[in-house]
Write a protein that binds this ligand. Sequence first.
Ligand code: MG
Length: 394
Amino acid sequence: MASPFASLPQLVVAGYRPTTFDYDPSPEAEQTTLVTKEQWIEVFRGSIPEFSKRAKAYGTVQGSERLSTQFADTFNADLDSVINGEHATLFDGPPTVLKLCKLRDQRLRELGFADCFLAVKTAENTKALIELPKVLQDIDAITDKTQRIKALVQGAFAGNVFDLGAAASAKMHADGTNGFSATKSKLKKRPWCVDDFDEFLDRWIGSAKNLDYISNGDAANGETTSNTNIIKSPWKKVIVFVDNAGADVVLGMLPFCRELLKGGACVILAANEVPSINDITAKELNEMLPRVAEVDMEGIFKKAMDSDALKVISSGSDLPVIDLTKLSKKLCAEAKGADLIVMEGMGRAVETNLYAKFTCDALNLGMVKHPEVATCLKGTLYDCVCRFRGAEGE
Ligand code: MG
């Protein structure tokens, strides 16, 4: 049977591995960035309480309390097998982040937990939509191009703290300390542990005549009643692999995309086909966009949706990370001609595609929510990753 999947056309497939960190490093690996197999496995074990909690409360499954314990026991036993090197029956080859994420989702799904984060995703979407108008106004009020782009990137980081797949950020959510504005104001100062922000900024605003003014007034009278400044996009078509529901997509990524739309780019939002943790699905995002458009006083989203400049396409993925050689054919067809690939979130942008190469510009944005990932990147917990590079080959 023909594969339902294809590779992103801009991906350099030679040498591509959808994994950034070696989960079974040799003892000779650099000590300062060494995270052992046992430590990586404990990262996954640390996620079990949050998953069990959501599974237990998942009303669609009868006996969810008992089954949530069964999930925890089975996945714990799987992780023990991986530590002992006895995982041949679980997956082929050495453990990777992608294989372990897949196994965890498989263990949930086989017990009927198809979407046990649905309630929290819905609640967080509603909360974020209430906050969105103020977030957009604040962004629009920044007239300095550099500061506005920085605020948009920082917004992407701040939203990304809504991540129930990582023990540290799940605890912040439970404690109620992961609010968008509070997180944004406390973000780590630059330089971030991966920091190509200057290169990204240069590329976006590099051309000398980038600041245009839209005028609703009578220029002949010297009146400019609207001073909405536009940062022209050097990119014509942008594919954005989004991550989580709630503040992540609504307050972080959508304002970022809106700026690209304002600057004349088309934006394709690539979201999961199948629910995984608190990631937003393509269906959920599609249903939410009209509500987003309603609260955008400038009408940017509405105009973009009406003209097909903004679209949601399923990535085909059922994981919280992404393999760019296993995307839906529809997304790959739509991606033709895209000149910027944006990957967002720790799973997609850091743990699986940090070193992926593309034949066009590429940007990885994400917040570090595992201390082990921080160690590998010589950063700190809640550090930020902003990796930008131009075309790296054919
Ligand atoms: Mg996620």
